[in-house]
Design a protein around this ligand. Structure first.
Ligand SMILES: NC(=O)c1ccc[n+]([C@@H]2O[C@H](COP(=O)([O-])OP(=O)(O)OC[C@H]3O[C@@H](n4cnc5c(N)ncnc54)[C@H](OP(=O)(O)O)[C@@H]3O)[C@@H](O)[C@H]2O)c1
Length: 272
């Protein structure tokens, strides 16, 4: 498994997304993924699944240092006291002493970004988070966090897949050596019905989901966190590493429509 090192942590490039993996099936999915070799798990207080995710981690019985766990604070919990309470809640539910990466889940127009990031830096000093980062940040917000505030941002987690152009965000992140963690990396399985993706997959004896993942994983500084409940899909996603895409494949993927944003809630920032 390839890894990315950022701000003192090393995370596997491929992780397990857990949005909608709740209760006993959520626990089982985490256990299954860890048993087959996943070492990076992505959750959030908003997913309402930190307890089953934590139970899955505990049941796997891995040395804590072998595992990368990300969780996130919701956008109405970004004030210093609120973010501390949110982290307390997350660690309690996960039954962990620390998380490897703690993210601002979404920016908020009301936030005092400097105060939020200073609080995260204190939590890092206290050893309760190993690194801090953001999600759904635009280039303008990243500039504020990295250049104005000078925060040690370890990643920006954003929607990124074959149907969404993220060249501006990725270019900026690469210029600052900050990884992009791609969510919805298989475009919520839309790729399965796309003739272009089906064609590339057939050529490589792979699946469209595997092609979509490998296209991301081949990019410098890009990690991906596909969510998969079924063990067969979890294994297929790990096996995406064995797919070798060529220039024709990359040209065909580059020509796909690139404006399909799947996650765009009312409180999202102005993406442009
Ligand atoms: N920071 C944020 O704001 C944010 C927003 C959205 C998501 N996320 C994170 O990113 C993760 C991934 O995003 P996502 O869950 O929205 O979308 P996704 O990973 O692109 O797609 C998940 C869907 O694809 C299916 N699937 C997975 N592997 C497959 C395979 N090999 N073949 C066919 N189908 C497959 C899953 O089915 P089954 O589960 O039934 O197997 C599920 O229906 C989330 O779980 C979450 O951790 C973060």
């Amino acid at each position: 498994m390839q890894t990315i090192t950022t701000q003192g942590i090393t995370m596997p490039k491929l992780g397990l997304g857990t949005f909608k993996l709740t209760d006993a099936p959520g626990q089982a999915a985490v256990e299954s993924a860890l048993a087959m070799g996943y070492r990076h798990v992505d959750t959030a207080e908003m997913y309402g699944n930190e307890e089953p995710v934590g139970a899955g981690i505990a049941a796997a019985g891995l040395p804590r240092g072998d595992l990368h766990v990300t969780t996130k604070a919701w956008h109405d919990h970004l004030a210093p006291d609120a973010i501390r309470r949110a982290l307390d809640g997350s660690l309690g539910k996960l039954k962990l002493d620390y998380v490897d990466l703690y993210l601002v889940h979404w920016p908020s127009p009301d936030m005092d970004l400097g105060a939020t990031l200073t609080t995260l830096a204190r939590l890092q000093e206290e050893g309760r988070i190993r690194a801090l980062g953001v999600a759904n940040f635009t280039v303008a917000l990243l500039r504020q966090a990295i250049e104005e505030i000078g925060a040690p941002i370890a990643c920006n987690q954003v929607e990124y897949h074959v149907y969404l152009d993220q060249s501006a965000v990725l270019g900026y992140l690469q210029s600052k050596n900050v990884p992009l963690v791609a969510y919805c990396p298989i475009a919520r399985a839309i790729v399965a019905d796309d003739p272009v993706m089906v064609g590339i997959a057939a050529k490589h004896n792979a699946s469209p989901a595997q092609v979509a993942l490998k296209w991301l994983l081949d990019q410098d500084g890009v990690a991906a966190i596909p969510k998969a409940q079924r063990p067969q899909s979890q294994q297929a996603n790990l096996d995406a590493w064995t797919v070798t895409l060529d220039d024709d494949d990359r040209r065909a993927i580059a020509a796909l429509t690139k404006n399909r944003r799947l996650v765009d809630p009312a409180f999202a920032p102005d993406w442009d």
